[in-house]
Design a protein around this ligand. Sequence first.
Ligand code: SF4
Length: 603
Amino acid sequence: MNPESKRDMSSWRDRIRHTRRPLCVSLWSGAGGLDLGLEMAGFDIAVAVDNDGWAAQTHAYNSKALVLERDLSSPGATRTLLRELDLPAVALVAGGFPCQPYSRAGQNRIRHLVKHEQRSGVDERAFAWLSYVAAVQELRPRQCIAENVPELATFNGGLLLRDIVNALEDLGYSVDVRVLSARRFGVPQYRERLFIQAALPGTEIVWPEEEREGPEPTLAAAIGDLPDISPGKSWRDGERTSYEPKPGSEPPDWARAGMPKTARQWLTDHVSRNVREDDLEAFRQLPPGGTYLDVPVHLRRYRDETYTDKYKRLEWGRPSRTITAHMAKDGYWYIHPEEHRTLSIREAARIQTFPDRYQFAGYPTNRFLQIGNAVPPLLGRAVGAALQDARQGQGRASGIPRAAERLSRLGKERESMDAWRILVSEVVLGGRAGAKLFSELTKAFPDPVSALGAANGDPAVARLRELARKVLSSNEGKIPETAAEISRLAGCGPAQASVAESLITGGAPPKNVATMRMAARVAGVSATGSLTGIVFPILARLTAFGEDARTNQAAVEVARSVCRPDIPDCPACPLEEFCAHAVSGSAVVDVQTRLQLASATAG
Ligand code: SF4
């Protein structure tokens, strides 16, 4: 629809006023992957906004939404735009604010440009989330969903995620975060994305259940039916390739759904980049799963210590590596499993689970970019179905927001330990603040000066005296605060030092085996994929930063005292009523095993 056409606008307004589906406003909507999934789950996308003209054209072509090409960097302008649209009640605000400032690849690129004085060190996009919060404030939807890269959870030491959670809580929402693995929702790739979900009182937060049973979705199932092509065939917009599934294969059920009758024999965008002669030779040498290091030395054009995975040949029997916006630059990470070429635009779209009817606007580079930046529609559908469950009071409600509140209250009820006592507990006694020796030591030696005179005897007392001596001689009597200082002075490992730092300063959540185990259990997650990447955002949501450091003391206490590795003492745990593990009795065995493995490796 054309926003300039009075007739189109009038019929759009009529549609959204009479739709029986919950209305959604989508910000930074890109090519519309998340929106397509939300639509499949029953939402009606009323408005979609993005400042990329090609992405906006793609979205407009494929959906009934009013698609606006606008910049959303200003919270004030975002609010004005939404106010002027005069929308009926909006049920959901969805948004994937720019992820480049937080993603590892994006940060590397920014650092490179700053170093070469090609851009300022301040990335305005890192503040785009303020526009998302402004939109929520303006529209007051019952539910909100935001999507980003998992690295957002650790950006700026975790403070950014905390700021976003706080801002939504200040608007009266309960908030939770989760990293979802796309392949657990039928998407044939190793893609993980962080979602922030918020809901007004009266609506629970429900996350989609991962499909843990059965085989993982494979590349063969996603693109194995597509015809062979020759690379580098010159691209022409709208050109079609004739389609018939390759013998012995068939398309996934979602891929050909909704194809217009006249297009059932056709496929668009099944074109791939030209391949240089030397690359062609290199590709020929690559076995399935092979990387740059499998290329014979005389065919390597890049420094192999830097570009160990410059080339990657995908494998039929596994999910693809994550489709990223990098595809717009080159396709070397995505070499076809059999043919000596990189993936075609349509193959990349298939791996992102866009159906073949979905048409993309722009030149091939623009199309790869849109596809790489998209939320896979099948992942969007799973998230949308969970949001619908929450609307209808179904599904397993997340206990994380209430568990966080409980820990915060517990922390406030407790007398905060001073920095010296925290060091005694964490460094001298290995976290045994409840032990008899702890109360004896801290009563007898309430500060480093008194501890200097501690008599020989128990090894813990000797450690205490040594610690006091180092604090007084190396640090002018000031208790060290950062993990690095603590580790240097007290000679303890990084995990111990980071817990001590977290308890002293409240700087970052107390990340160690015990607290990660507790967070995984409360959320009921199975930590497939990257353990830290999946569990840490939950721990960050559960604990606190800054002035509320006592919450962290409560979290550490619960994790160590009752959430024991073997059999947790749930009846004695203050989080029992909010804990997925306690409620379902399900053993999060893989988390447990992996945590122990991780700890053994770290130790
Ligand atoms: S209820 Fe049980 S499993 Fe859950 S956090 Fe408490 S002790 Fe751990």
